[in-house]
Design a protein around this ligand. Structure first.
Ligand code: ASP
Length: 584
């Protein structure tokens, strides 16, 4: 060992001991005859002192140490005269008697402090320097802790961690695959797994009745703040279970994580159907830290010659508690908010129910006070509330109202990141109609079982069939999703045919799974948690990148290693790949 202690370890009780520390120079200050160096490592910061009266040469050497030099210093631990209560080692310093430069450093391109002057691009290019900063290091430590607690929980529950392959077969369902050419099989390609779905189902057929894996998944999708081309799932599957068993085991997992990592006790998880979530929140991943449910007031508002409302398919209201005093400016801001192209509403109607009982609205021309009182009843508003009303096409308006509700929750400080409100959303539709492609898509994936009571509808009204599927949602974030699976060849074939596969296509792509179903496949189901998202939720950030050691940027690039990159003609030839001319 080059060191006796870490830079986060020494306390007043160590005074008088001789120690050797190694680390990076965070700061170097010369004050009169004294030189002070803040020495940093993974564990903390310790102050080193050099006294020119005692050792002039050593002190001169110390003065020359630049930021991020790696050094080894030996000396005696002493009580500090001016203590720093902000750091755990703040009561001591080390009076150095010998110093060795282990490696000098160029001046770093940004400051390695909690608040840095480095922009995102620069920090990503020098991610190894960024990780030296406390906030990034803390995020990785949190991730480590959560991974350990995950393994510990599933191990205790009798789950087996099994690795599934990374080079698999491309299938057209779901997102776009990342493709890998095969040198040994010219003109054929592997795909990177979007999830280990089919493998975990095969493990159930194999009799491994409780499986889990912390696993990398790959999806070639356009990126957003909470998406990355490669991400990690906590992937699980169980046999001989029903939906209820899954919900209970994985609720227990969430409770375990919150308790062991954050010291928080989660309340029981409410359950809500997809239909109710859409009705009350306009969203299948509702943030239930606050109320302000959407109210459909269509039937009370029509017929007063106000075209916007009379022509609307749906009219939705949100009663914002205690907001009747909103100013013109605040209302204009909200109107601009709903008119943004991403939200897509054409305007916003408001009604203020003042605490003195008077009513003021943006539609006073069309509606009497009595009419507006009916609005208030329908919106379940009380004096002091502001009713925000959106009118138009059902799907568009519901989505806009959902966004507006979240915006109001944010403005009213009701989305506190330290409060956690989990729930299960259940009974999703099995299929989703794609108007453009004129075909159904699986809402979860094609292996999801219909609810048993809805199976007859597969023939008569497939769009109405509900899936035996569930999502865990916390604070408006989908944390995990899964389903009870089909384990019967005939039903699986039927699903593929509803999804527009010919018999041959289904056979060539998923024949291996359907064949396995004929060798004693047990009833089974599972779930996968988005591990990066779970970490960011625990850490209180919106960006999953902060919880990945080496994330990609918005264009899917790793700017540090400069990937993806061109490959040599030799490699292309070996892989039997011919590149198309670039077209400008
Ligand atoms: N494989 C699914 C997914 O990645 C999760 C599951 O159904 O278990 O979304």
């Amino acid at each position: 060992m080059l060191r006796t202690n870490s830079c986060g370890e020494l306390r007043l009780t160590d005074a008088g001991k001789q120690v050797t520390l190694c680390g990076w120079v965070q700061r170097n200050r010369v004050m009169g005859g004294m030189t002070f160096i803040d020495l940093r490592d993974r564990y903390g910061i310790t102050q080193l002192v050099f006294n020119s009266e005692q050792n002039k040469e050593l002190c001169n050497e110390a003065q020359k140490l630049g930021r991020e030099f790696v050094i080894k210093a030996t000396g005696i631990v002493a009580e500090r005269s001016s203590k720093n209560p902000k750091i755990p080692t703040g009561e001591i310093e080390v009076i150095v008697s010998s110093l060795e430069i282990l490696n000098p450093s160029k001046t770093p391109p940004f400051t390695i402090e909690d608040e840095t002057d480095g922009g995102e691009d620069l920090r990503m290019k020098f991610r190894y320097l960024d990780i030296r900063r406390n906030p990034v290091k803390k995020a990785l430590l949190l991730r480590h802790r959560m991974a350990q607690e995950t393994r510990c929980f599933f191990d205790q529950q009798g789950f087996i961690e099994i690795e599934t392959p990374v080079l698999i077969k491309s299938t057209p369902e779901g997102a776009r695959d990342f493709i890998v050419p095969s040198r040994m099989n010219p003109h054929e390609f592997y795909a990177l797994p979007q999830s280990p779905q089919t493998f975990k189902q095969l493990l159930m057929v194999a009799g491994i009745d409780k499986y889990f894996q912390i696993v990398k998944c790959f999806r070639d999708e356009d990126l957003r703040a909470d998406r990355q081309p490669e991400f990690t799932q906590v992937d699980c599957e169980m046999s001989f279970i029903e939906q209820e068993d899954i919900l209970q085991v994985f609720e227990k997992y969430a409770v375990h994580l919150f308790h062991n990592v954050k010291g928080l006790k989660l309340q029981k998880f409410p359950r809500i159907t997809f239909a109710d979530a859409m009705r009350d929140y306009g969203n299948d991943k509702p943030d239930i830290r606050f109320g302000m449910k959407l109210k459909n007031i269509t039937s009370v508002v029509k017929g007063k010659n106000f075209k916007v409302i009379d022509d609307a398919q749906t009219v939705l209201a949100i009663a914002s508690e205690g907001c009747s005093e909103y100013t013109r400016k605040q209302l204009d801001e909200l109107t601009d908010f709903v008119k943004r192209p991403q939200i897509g509403a054409s305007g916003l109607i408001y009604v203020k129910f003042n605490t003195d009982g008077s009513i003021k609205s943006s539609v006073d021309k069309f509606y009497s006070e009595d009419d507006l009182k009916n609005w208030m009843l329908a919106a379940e508003a009380k004096p002091g509330d502001l009713i925000l009303v959106l009118a138009g096409d059902e799907n568009k308006i519901r989505k806009a109202a959902s966004e507006l509700r979240l915006e109001m929750g944010h403005r009213l400080g009701l989305r506190n990141p330290d409060v956690f409100a989990p729930l299960w959303v259940v009974d999703f539709p099995l299929l989703e109609w794609d108007e453009e492609a004129k075909r159904f898509h699986a809402m979860h994936h094609p292996f999801t079982s219909p609810l048993p009571e809805d199976i007859p509808l597969l023939d008569s009204d497939p769009g109405k069939v509900r899936a035996n599927a569930y999502d865990m949602v916390i604070n408006g974030v989908e944390i995990g999703g899964g389903s009870i699976r089909i384990h019967n060849r005939k039903l699986q074939q039927k699903l593929f045919s509803l999804l527009g596969f010919t018999k041959e296509q289904a056979e060539s792509q998923f024949g291996f799974l359907m064949n396995a179903f004929e060798y004693g496949a047990p009833p089974h189901g599972g779930i996968a948690f988005g591990f990066d998202r779970l970490c960011s939720l625990f850490g209180g950030s919106d960006s999953i990148r902060d919880y990945m050691a080496f994330p990609k940027n918005n264009a899917g690039r790793d700017v540090m290693i400069d990937a993806p990159s061109a490959i040599s003609q030799h490699q292309l030839d070996e892989l039997n790949l011919v590149l198309k001319e670039k077209q400008y």
